[in-house]
Design a protein around this ligand. Structure first.
Ligand code: PGA
Length: 280
């Protein structure tokens, strides 16, 4: 009984703190579990994946970002299986059309019924995607009604130099500078050093950065900006997902490696569902 009361008190205190310092309580924000398949899965593998994916709509938004060639078949199988999943592209070009070999436009994604797009992933930034390019893509995508999963994150050198918050705020401010509001943006905080490394940031480290981002957005863009969802990505898996889901500043996750197994991804989705969060 004592433990139970202590838990309630600590939850209330956390809610009050998170309301006064970091904008609205987490229950008012949308939760997302997003699979980033990167350059993985064949048609046959993706088909099998959908057969084995066992999730229910648990008040969490589930998004899968497959490689471009899988968007059409995946959409069909997801519909047939009646799964509560929407699709994201992993990239998009900023021009509406033209001579851009190998690129895909926002209009093409609209045509396919793809509703979200990942922009600014560190693997793309590492291969030359500048702040300028990210901003142009974000602006164009929002203009086309796409929900943008904007990836931000610091390198190990930046963290060690004490520049984590400065780095991620610069990335956000620059990428969104041509938008009038952030209602179509999900922020994915992905420290570069945690991606694919097998060692995630700790939930405490993540909460600290998410809270700093949220506070800064509220200061600069007003209270509405506090409602933005900030998800964490970087070596999240079926074992550590619930420790992030418990963190009130974490509004979901962007998962790479562990999302390739439908059973593991299903467990991660459950951890971030309302029910999963409540039973922790
Ligand atoms: P990871 O990748 O889960 O394999 O670390 C995350 C990402 O790159 O989005």
């Amino acid at each position: 009984m004592k433990k139970y009361i202590e838990q309630i008190v600590s939850d209330v205190v956390r809610d009050v703190l998170s309301t006064s310092q970091n904008g609205p309580p987490f229950a008012d924000r949308e939760t997302y579990t997003i699979a980033n398949w990167k350059m993985n899965q064949t048609i046959a593998e993706a088909k099998e994946y959908v057969k084995r994916l066992n999730i229910e709509s648990e008040n969490s938004n589930v998004i899968i970002a497959p490689p471009f060639p899988l968007l059409i078949p995946l959409k069909q199988w997801i519909n047939q299986a009646n799964l509560p999943v929407t699709l994201a592209a992993q990239n998009v070009h900023w021009e509406p059309k033209g001579a851009f070999t190998g690129e895909v436009s926002c209009t093409m994604l609209n045509d396919l019924g793809v509703t979200s797009v990942i922009i600014g992933h560190s693997e793309r930034r590492a291969s030359g995607e500048t702040l300028d390019v990210v901003r142009k893509k974000v602006t164009q995508a929002v203009h086309h009604g796409l929900q943008v999963i904007l990836c931000i994150g610091e390198t190990m050198e930046e963290r060690q130099a004490g520049k984590t918050v400065e780095t991620v705020i610069t990335q956000i401010v620059d990428a969104t500078s041509e938008l009038t509001n952030l209602s179509n943006i999900i922020l994915a905080y992905e420290p570069v050093w945690a991606i694919g490394s097998g060692s995630s940031a700790s939930p405490e480290q993540v909460e600290e950065i998410h809270a700093a981002i949220r506070n800064r957005l509220i200061e600069t863009k007003g209270n509405e900006a506090g409602l933005i969802s900030i998800v964490y990505g970087g070596s999240v898996n079926q074992e550590n997902a619930s420790s992030f889901a418990r963190a009130k500043e974490v509004d979901g996750t962007l998962v790479g490696g562990a999302s390739l197994d439908p059973t593991h991804f299903g467990k991660i989705v459950h951890a971030f569902s309302t029910e999963g969060r409540e039973t922790q």
